[in-house]
Design a protein around this ligand. Structure first.
Ligand code: PMP
Ligand code: GLN
Length: 380
């Protein structure tokens, strides 16, 4: 049988590859981004109660109304903007499905999509499967700032979508109000759709603000903004998220959504609607993860890595140029096999495997695990 791959250049996700390696060699897994602690027992009880109460059949296609109303209230409280729960919020099977659905619903063959690298691994295959043409701009290492002149030089009437991600995976960099102003200006000038990946909205450190596309009128009217409950409530395995977009974009989004998944896990949606009553559950995350970042950084003070403390997400980049000349994948393999710590090579976030000798560590782990890993990494 003859088959032609629709994704000839795509292999297995680096997150799956590194988790498998960590398990095989018994390394501490600071590679794939997931917590090693449990979600709230209250939330787990609420899921169970929702099942027992009989919420076990298909949810409405856009999501359970009570949950969409809670999210609309949350957005209004946090960002002082209104989103209609009926026509502007859709519950998805994680942010990955939201991103894929948005790209599939709105990109046509030959459309150009501005992609800032390094970027999360799901964007490019989604663009490729839909016949889009990615146009790349690299952030400026080591602080991973955005070069707006370079971005504008890559925009044209062919640009139909711009993908942004703040707080940024893998660098932890945050978009500033000035970045948002630049994007607002360019969005009006070139008239593209914005796809904003904001799954780490509650993980920003040192009192910084999360800049959401929802807060800026020029962006809100043209943006699909994707969120993940997995990142907020420590349950990445539940695969729940949502997409917020104006009615016209949401209508297109739902045309695809209904045939990808139709609707998402019903009891979990009922439980999340109840659990969202307590804003402290997500507002406490900034401090919680800033403390974890600091435990990791303290455990690395005597190491030879070059480190700029991360500003958001639960990822910390380390530069190993003064330790080794190996490429980052070989370095990560050696780290896992010989030093007992699994990390992610940053070249896998670039289409051309650009390699500045950075690795990424996930610090959503117990303090003890972080200290142990720090000790092992300090031996290099
Ligand atoms: N975007 C970014 C930047 C991510 O790091 C992740 C991983 N959680 C996702 C999207 C996907 O989120 P989910 O697990 O909810 O599909
Ligand atoms: N978002 C997580 C990370 O960046 C992993 C998600 C996945 O494994 N697909 O590590």
């Amino acid at each position: 049988m003859h088959t032609t791959s629709k994704l000839p250049n795509t292999g297995t996700s680096i997150f799956a590859v590194m988790s498998k390696l960590a398990n095989e060699v018994g390394a501490i897994n600071l590679a794939q981004g997931f917590p090693d602690f449990s979600p709230s027992t209250t939330l787990m009880r609420l899921v169970n109660e929702a099942m027992v109460e009989g919420h076990n059949q298909y949810a409405p296609m856009p999501g359970v109304p009570a949950l969409r109303r809670c999210l609309s209230d949350k957005i209004s409280r946090l960002y002082n903007v209104t989103c209609d729960p009926d026509s502007e919020i859709t519950i998805t099977a994680g942010a990955t499905q939201a991103l894929y659905t948005a790209i599939t619903a709105l990109i046509k063959k030959g459309d150009e999509i501005l992609v800032i690298e390094p970027c999360y691994d799901s964007y490019l295959p989604a663009i490729e499967l839909n016949g889009g043409i990615p146009v790349f701009v690299k952030l400026r290492a080591p602080r991973f700032e955005i070069d707006w002149d370079e971005i504008e030089s890559k925009l044209s009437s062919r640009t139909s979508m711009f993908i942004m991600n703040t707080p940024h995976n893998p660098t932890g960099a945050l978009w500033t109000a000035s970045d948002m102003a630049q994007l607002s200006r360019l969005a009006e000038k070139y008239d593209f759709i914005v796809l904003s990946d904001e799954v780490y909205e509650h993980l920003v450190f040192e009192g910084a603000n999360h800049e959401t596309a929802l807060k800026y009128p020029a962006l809100k009217k043209r943006s699909l903004v994707c969120f993940s409950f997995g990142k907020v409530f420590h349950n990445t395995g539940w695969k729940m998220g949502y997409c917020v977009a104006p009615e016209k974009l949401t209508a297109e989004f739902r045309k695809v959504h209904q045939f990808l998944v139709f609707s998402c896990n019903t009891p979990v949606q009922h439980a999340l609607a109840n659990f969202l009553d307590d804003p402290n559950e997500y507002l406490s995350l900034n401090n919680f993860f800033e403390n974890k970042r600091d435990v990791l950084l303290e455990s690395l003070v005597d190491s030879k890595f070059d480190i700029i403390p991360t500003a958001g997400t639960y990822f910390q980049l380390l530069n190993y140029s003064s330790i080794s000349d190996l490429d980052d994948m070989s370095f990560c393999e050696r780290l896992a096999r010989e030093h007992g710590v699994a990390a992610i090579p940053i070249s896998y976030f670039y289409h051309d495997r650009h390699d500045d000798r950075f690795i990424r560590l996930c610090f959503a782990k117990s303090d003890q695990t972080l200290r142990e890993a720090g000790k092992l990494l300090s031996n290099l």
